[in-house]
Design a binder for this molecule. Structure first.
Ligand SMILES: [Mn+2]
Length: 417
């Protein structure tokens, strides 16, 4: 990553601070080498849809150099991985990313250093889905939704993906519009058919969202509903927690702790929210919440081994590649803070019934400046210690803006590709 002849000043800048921090952490009984190993092994999947033009219901603002097709999305994702060393896989959305030759796309991604990650079927943009997909009253519509998911299972098979990631826009807007219990039966019946078609190594991740686009009732509104379905379906079905899909004040880390303990936490969609499902850069609104989520993951240790960490964001007014890099840095920051929690002291304070002492163990970790630690980890991985600076220095954004230009004629709505 570092240009030949580039001065080592940025490494020197953090090395003194790192030496001091490493000494403090070791004095506190932490294994700094183990913490660095964990940070180097961290993986975060980026979404193809985060690299193309997107917008709100009101307007899509075209971004210079935004990816126009799936190959360009993979190229942008590969750049994010090159800068961070953390993002070797890319989630795809079908049919937005549909191609004729999946083997060719897979090989193209691998030539760039990335592979295909979770496959996300689209069950909300076709005309027939006006009243829902898998919960629709018409069996023909449900059949179409099921066939699309089965197609995605096949795509996952040929692309080497082991994750089928499901989110349904199903719900109703008015009391009495449909039978709530019948919709539940239709949902389970549809998922059972898809589950049965999955190979043994594949996992079905079931995402929930408490409202939107329907406003009276949502068929999969919360983690409990997703958990109940996953239990009925079997061990290959798990819950996906999208951090933006909860009511205000929901204790997400408690949901995470519960699902981890039950072996039913399949993965995350990271983003930040202030009001609704804002899909903003993770860690920008409430970094403490993200830290507390990672605190549960670190505490769970081996039970969190197979959790899939994915970003689900659309950047509408900010530079897309830079926004994705920033998202990854924020997730790394949360993980680093969780890794420096003194778990022995925490357990002691908890056992002593020391309410504020236990709380301060967490806040001490959260207030630790782990930036020199992360810079050191990057330097040891052969990366620039400051990935944002590396992106700016690379000229990548100018290069793709010149090559791809700026889309014209994009209107409102999401997405444009
Ligand atoms: Mn999501």
């Amino acid at each position: 990553m570092r240009e030949a002849g580039q001065k080592g000043a940025d490494v020197a800048d953090h090395s003194q601070a790192y030496t001091l921090l490493a000494g403090q952490l070791a004095d506190g009984g932490l294994d700094v080498e183990a913490i660095k190993r964990a940070l180097k092994a961290q993986r975060v999947e980026t979404p193809s849809w985060g690299y193309s033009d997107s917008g709100t219901r009101f307007k899509t603002f075209p971004w210079p150099g935004a990816a126009r097709d799936v190959r360009e999305k993979l190229a942008d994702a590969a750049m994010v991985h090159k800068l961070t060393g953390t993002c070797p896989s890319v989630a795809l959305h079908i049919p937005w990313d549909m191609v004729d030759d999946w083997a060719e796309l897979k090989a193209y991604g691998e030539s760039l250093g990335v592979h295909i990650g979770a496959i996300n079927p689209n069950l909300f943009q076709d005309e027939v889905y006006r009243l829902g997909s898998v919960c629709h009253h018409d069996p023909a519509v449900r059949r179409r939704a099921i066939e699309h998911m089965l197609e995605c299972v096949e795509i996952a098979g040929v692309t080497g993906s082991t994750l089928l990631s499901l989110w349904f826009a199903d719900g109703t807007n008015y009391a009495g519009q449909d039978s709530l219990s019948e919709r539940k039966h239709r949902l389970l019946e549809s998922l059972r058919e898809v589950y049965a078609a999955m190979p043994a190594e594949m996992r079905m991740l079931i995402e929930y969202k408490f409202f939107e686009p329907a406003f009276y009732q949502t068929d999969l509104p919360d983690w409990g509903t997703a958990y109940a379905l996953a239990l009925k379906l079997g061990p290959q079905a798990q819950v996906l927690v999208d951090t933006g899909h909860h009511a205000q004040g929901t204790n997400i880390e408690q949901i995470v702790a519960f699902l981890l303990d039950e072996g039913k936490l399949g993965g995350f969609h990271f983003n930040a929210r202030k009001y609704a499902d804002d899909d903003l850069i993770v860690g920008t609104v409430n970094p403490f919440e993200l830290f507390l989520i990672y605190n549960e993951l670190v505490a769970a240790s081996e039970a969190a081994r197979d959790v899939a960490y994915m970003i689900d964001q659309s950047h509408n007014i900010e530079p897309k590649v830079e926004a994705m890099v920033q998202s990854v840095l924020n997730v790394q920051m949360a993980y680093a803070h969780a890794l420096v929690v003194d778990r022995r002291a925490l357990a002691e304070r908890q056992a002593a019934g020391d309410v504020l002492g236990a709380h301060r163990v967490l806040t001490d970790a959260f207030e630790t400046d782990v930036r020199p630690l992360l810079a050191q980890v990057r330097a040891e991985m052969g990366l620039h210690p400051d990935p944002i600076a590396a992106l700016k220095e690379s000229g990548y954004e100018q290069k793709v803006a010149a090559e791809r230009g700026t889309a014209t004629g994009v209107g409102g709505g999401f997405p444009t590709t």
